[in-house]
Design a protein around this ligand. Structure first.
Ligand SMILES: Cc1cc2nc3c(=O)[nH]c(=O)nc-3n(C[C@H](O)[C@H](O)[C@H](O)COP(=O)(O)OP(=O)(O)OC[C@H]3O[C@@H](n4cnc5c(N)ncnc54)[C@H](O)[C@@H]3O)c2cc1C
Length: 369
């Protein structure tokens, strides 16, 4: 007899692991299938900013969903530590979103009107962080836009899910899903399993499943390059953010500098030109960076949809098949929210109608060139 799961999840990045965790918490029998190791693809390349405010360009849909997910992290940190013994290194301190010009300051007016954000002038910022460039006019200070270590969150969620009964199958690629009468057949080189629900959470690599399930949705790569440097001596307590580039302090004393945006590039290795751009921009935020020792360089591929919002929801014609992919720049931030939303959909619990509409897979889509 074939092994049976209530829910089979394809992909063990942060999105798949979060879904496994929230479903296992509800006592479902969960099986997660990952081609490589948990968090080994895009998730491990991320800087780990939880930028619900700093990354927000849509107060109507993105902000409430992202904020909800961000707040969940403050509970998850403890749950993950207790279940998996993994510390997700939630680094408090928040973000300084820097403004160098009056125009940039003005563009932050609606952000600064939020009760969770304060405008600080240059003197206030520099008295807190003496290494920031004196050329700034000021910064939006967002205390709740903290950071985490993405791989730790991903492994922590996966291991926590397994403590709650989920079965994790690493190095097990799913090569086909077949609809049967009331279940799905999931095919892997290690054999076939059956599941009532299947969730495709394979990030950038979800396209083949869209295609085999009769959908024309596409996810395209946006390569991001990063480097880390060792911050010996100088202290940085806040993430610095300017024009989508950032310097994120880690608890081990390193600083993560990221990230470039190269559309439609499948090459997972960083280029010298990309790293050069990052260093130039980082020095503009924190001039001392030029003196620091390089730790490492890397690149990852962000999964981008046509409207930059993820696909989270059911197949339009199949009750048992769900998708959670295409989280682009914010998959770390959105992982708890996505895990909860998929779990609520499967369990028939209430899901915010606006989110359901905004993220549904059958919303109008265009083909990328
Ligand atoms: C440089 C960079 C910086 C970033 N910084 C941030 C940040 O600061 N904050 C933030 O919120 N987000 C950030 N992101 C975005 C974030 O990393 C992604 O949105 C997120 O990791 C997507 O997670 P995922 O689980 O969907 O994808 P992935 O992590 O790619 O996971 C998908 C998994 O599916 C597996 N898989 C694929 N096909 C199959 C198959 N057939 N069978 C089994 N398994 C399969 C893959 O091996 C992979 O492990 C950043 C991204 C990059 C590249």
């Amino acid at each position: 007899m074939k092994k049976y799961y209530d829910a089979a999840i394809i992909g063990g990045g942060i999105i798949g692991c979060s879904i496994a965790y929230y479903l296992a918490k509800e006592n479902l029998k969960v099986g997660l299938f990952e081609s490589g190791e948990l968090g080994g693809k895009t998730t491990s390349a991320a800087a780990g900013m939880l930028g619900a405010h700093s990354e927000c360009d849509d107060m109507n849909i993105f902000y409430p969903f992202a904020r909800n997910s961000q707040l969940e992290y403050f509970k998850l940190e403890k749950e993950i530590r207790e279940l998996s013994k993994i510390d997700i290194s939630l680094c408090k301190g928040g973000i300084y979103k820097l403004a160098y010009t009056e125009k940039e300051k003005k563009e932050m007016e609606s952000l600064c009107a939020l009760p969770t954000v304060d405008w600080l002038d240059a003197n206030q910022v520099i008295s807190n962080e003496s290494t920031i460039s004196p050329l700034i006019l000021g910064a939006a200070y967002i205390e709740d836009d903290v950071s985490v270590v993405p791989e730790a969150v991903c492994k922590g969620l996966g291991i926590s899910a397994s403590v709650l009964g989920a079965e994790l199958h690493e190095y097990t690629q799913v090569y086909d899903i077949q609809k049967q009468e009331s279940t799905y057949l999931i095919k892997t080189p290690a054999g076939e399993v059956e599941a009532q629900y299947v969730v495709v959470a394979s990030g950038l690599w979800s396209n083949s499943f869209f295609e085999s399930m009769g959908l024309s949705n596409r996810i395209v790569p946006v390569k991001g390059e990063c480097l880390s440097v060792w911050n010996r001596g100088t202290v940085l307590n806040h993430t610095l953010f300017h024009e989508h580039q950032y310097i994120v302090p880690r608890m081990n004393g390193s600083l993560v500098i990221g990230a470039t945006m190269v559309e439609n590039d499948w090459n997972e290795r960083p280029s010298l030109g990309g790293i050069e751009k990052l260093i130039v921009h980082a020095k503009k935020m924190m001039p001392e960076i030029g003196e620091m020792e390089i730790g490492s360089t890397w690149a990852g591929l962000r999964p981008q949809t046509f409207d930059k919002k993820p696909f989270i929801g059911r197949h339009p014609e199949q009750e048992g098949l769900l998708f959670a992919a295409g989280h682009f720049r914010n998959g770390i931030l959105l992982a708890p929210g996505t895990g909860k939303m998929i779990s609520n959909l499967i369990l028939g619990k209430e899901v915010n109608k606006k989110w359901r509409e905004a993220f549904k897979i059958e919303r109008r889509h265009e083909v990328f060139a």
